[in-house]
Design a protein around this ligand. Sequence first.
Ligand SMILES: NC(=O)c1ccc[n+]([C@@H]2O[C@H](COP(=O)([O-])OP(=O)(O)OC[C@H]3O[C@@H](n4cnc5c(N)ncnc54)[C@H](O)[C@@H]3O)[C@@H](O)[C@H]2O)c1
Length: 437
Amino acid sequence: MNFQKICVIGLGYIGLPTASTFAAHGINVLGVDISPHIVETINKGEIHIHEPGLLEEVKKAIQSGNFKAAAKPEEADAFIIAVPTPFQENKFGEYNGLAYKLADMRAVTSAAESIVPFLRKGNLVVLESTSPPRTTVDLVAPILARSGLEAGRDFHLAYSPERVLPGQILRELIENARVIGGITSESAQAGRDLYATFVKGQIIQTDATTAEMVKLMENTYRDVNIAIANEFSRLADKFGVDVWEAISIGNLHPRVKILSPGPGVGGHCISVDPWFLVESAPELASLIYNARLVNDAQPHFVVKLVQRALGSLNEKKIAVLGLAYKPDVDDVRESPATEVIHILQHTGAQVKAWEPFKLDANMKGIDMASSLEDAIKDADAIILLVKHTEFTTLNPNELAQKTKARIVIDTVNGWNNEVWKNAGFTLFRLGNNKSKI
Ligand SMILES: NC(=O)c1ccc[n+]([C@@H]2O[C@H](COP(=O)([O-])OP(=O)(O)OC[C@H]3O[C@@H](n4cnc5c(N)ncnc54)[C@H](O)[C@@H]3O)[C@@H](O)[C@H]2O)c1
């Protein structure tokens, strides 16, 4: 299939790099977003998110005339849906008395609805948003059928998940293997033709539900494995073992690869996607369900460690370093750091947070510092919650001049005991009850 013009619906962390990469490869791209601010920003050749290299790529694409943004789709050869699929805020499912989270599919529904008036025979529609199994077949196809056209007969319909790493998106979009699940083999082939425009990694064709399941399995696999690392951190703490040392020794086994514990699991994917499997079959997903509970409870374990370090937290001033859900990105969605802060505030602590990637952050209920110095100057203790390079390379001797805090709590194994001790600090580390030095 030949593609002259495509519409990318949703211009966030996934849609914008995808749209600009297609444009850079000579395809005429209309990017669609419901946010007027985002449309306006992109049409000025600017961007609203932090991703290395993206600003230059978008600027070039806009200047070339291959890319523009708009509030509504237009007729095109292909439509790509890359809108959010979070979970619902205040609604839960229930199985055997246990509550589980539910996917919020409103954005996918309205994105599919927005395509209907512009859908023509021979078009290709691809859903990229991470979705519960059977979404392409049971949710998207029936909506698109309102056009009078049938998926698989009159137009192609496929599911192709995104597996890029924030911070490396532009490179990984091109180099990663990509799975394309069609509702027919012709739909999968049409999807392949589209992404072969720029994908250099392997392209694997399968059916739509398998492709949906693959994406959910990948992220669930990581969530369950982080849960076991987090559980190990609690067990190590109980038995006076340094979990980091134990993991590094365990990983010398040629068939063992234990991941790192931390303050919890966040982000738009790993902390969300396993719920899509639980929701779809709670009677079959007890391990996945329990792994989610372990990871969601980890911020409480962090606060217990802070209490051990400081005693009562009432009125204690605590500087928190890092709000993002992982190192060196600005994404704070579902971040466990915000959960740690809220629990600390509940205990009476006064928390000031410093997130260098979110200088303009207006985080609900969180006192954001304007600089590292502002966060730490009056603090009784400093907690490291995200392994940003900027934090792991801090010089404790210089820091000691800027704060009265002499207690530091490292939840990510980002700081060296000896170096901090020599600078006059007492360091507590998650998963290491023997580490107080
Ligand atoms: N961010 C990641 O690293 C990542 C990785 C893999 C998969 N995913 C998945 O990709 C999907 C998109 O994620 P994201 O991180 O790009 O989200 P995002 O929130 O960064 O961007 C989504 C964009 O869609 C827009 N939008 C919402 N409803 C719309 C509609 N009806 N029409 C047009 N625009 C609409 C929003 O305004 C927003 O700009 C999600 O399903 C996510 O789980 C994300």
